[in-house]
Design a protein around this ligand. Structure first.
Ligand code: KG4
Ligand code: ZN
Length: 333
């Protein structure tokens, strides 16, 4: 089964052809990062307007000479994300589904991320998954693709958001995570003492918090005169954030008895985090390949395959899922 999937929840417009939830036949990601860099964050209006320009060119490039008759279904992320941005990808996919007389499968963006390591690895259930992106930071106990328990999540900023805000304070640009990682190279990670996140409390072992780290970093910078010792500052920030995250992952491993661990989302591309996760003892670690950590359409196509073949999309508690699936299962114009 081949699915043409679109993803446009934020500042990337991505399309992919995915076969049987495993094989990526082709994929194109158009990133607008340079358009948003001057604002040190994503400007929703700019994102939607540029998706409008890129939607069909990206779809056409992804399709190449692939026969439309060989496409079995279309899919797109329908949330969470920037509504204007989501609408462009989702409506493009729904229009094509209607025109070509194929089913449309709406996919939850987070569930797309959760699926991403399965494009590269075989991971037996149950397992623990660290989901860390620009908008979400969660620990999920995965019993199956459609049945998972959120053990904990951030009580304020997401990890990626914290990286982005720290980069903004330093005037580095956007997206902040890769820029901080690069600037941290060769820096002394113990140069500045920063809080590493939420302290463990009875009954609250799996939640994350980054506002304390962000505020401490702000005051740390206020106490310094530019030019800042960039490498030391970035290395200290990155170390503190990753240390706090690893502590929560350890708690969850202990609590669940997990023997397998996956990491997904844009922040899962962070080299320090990847090395700390790989160093954890007693768990087999499945890291999402770097090109699939950030937003991409292959993860949407993979997850859509599961939804479609297991008919999860009909049973979703969110009624609009079933409704949307019903509407676009319609006829050729
Ligand atoms: O998953 P993603 O592409 O989009 C969302 O769904 O949010 O994640 C984007 C986030 C941004 O905040 C970005 O700064 C962060 O992922 N990021 C990183 C790295 N690469 C991307 N954070 C830390 N280290 C990286 N190498
Ligand atoms: Zn994402």
């Amino acid at each position: 089964m081949t699915i043409l999937a679109l993803e446009s929840s934020c500042d990337e417009f991505a399309a992919a052809l995915v076969q049987d939830g495993k094989t990526i036949l082709s994929q194109v990601v158009f990133s607008q990062a340079d358009l948003h860099a001057p604002y040190a964050g994503v400007v929703p209006e700019i994102a939607s307007r540029n998706h409008l320009l890129k939607a069909l060119p990206v779809v056409q490039e992804t399709l190449g000479s692939f026969p439309i008759n060989n496409i079995d279904a279309l899919a797109a992320s329908t949330g969470p994300g920037l509504i204007g941005a989501l609408a462009v990808g989702s409506m493009t996919a729904q229009a094509l589904a209607f025109l070509w007389g194929k089913p449309f499968i709406p996919v939850d963006h987070i569930e797309g991320h959760l699926y991403s390591p399965h494009l590269a690895h075989h991971i037996a259930f149950p397992y623990l998954c660290l989901m860390c992106s620009g908008g979400h930071t969660m620990l999920c106990w995965m019993k199956s693709h459609g049945d998972y328990q959120i053990l904990g999540s951030t009580i304020d900023d997401a990890a990626g958001e914290a990286f982005d805000k720290a980069a903004k304070l330093l005037g580095l640009g956007y997206p902040g995570g890769p820029l901080i990682q690069k600037a941290a190279e060769g820096g002394n990670e113990n140069a500045y003492k920063l809080p590493s996140g939420l302290a463990d409390k009875p009954g609250d072992l799996f939640n994350f918090s980054y506002s304390g780290l962000k505020t401490a970093f702000y005051y740390c910078l206020k106490g310094l005169a530019p030019p800042y010792p960039l490498a030391d500052l970035c290395a200290s920030f990155q170390k503190s954030l990753v240390a706090g995250m690893i502590k929560k992952v350890r708690n969850a491993i202990q609590h669940t008895g997990a023997v397998r661990l996956a990491a997904v989302g844009g922040v899962a591309a962070n080299e320090l985090l990847r090395s700390r996760l790989e160093a954890l003892e007693g768990v087999e670690v499945f890291l999402t390949p770097l090109p699939l950590c950030g937003d991409n359409a292959a993860m949407i196509g993979g997850r859509a395959y599961i939804d479609y073949t297991e008919k999860l999309y009909i049973n979703k508690s969110c009624k609009s899922y079933a409704r949307m699936a019903g509407i676009v299962k319609g006829k050729r114009l």
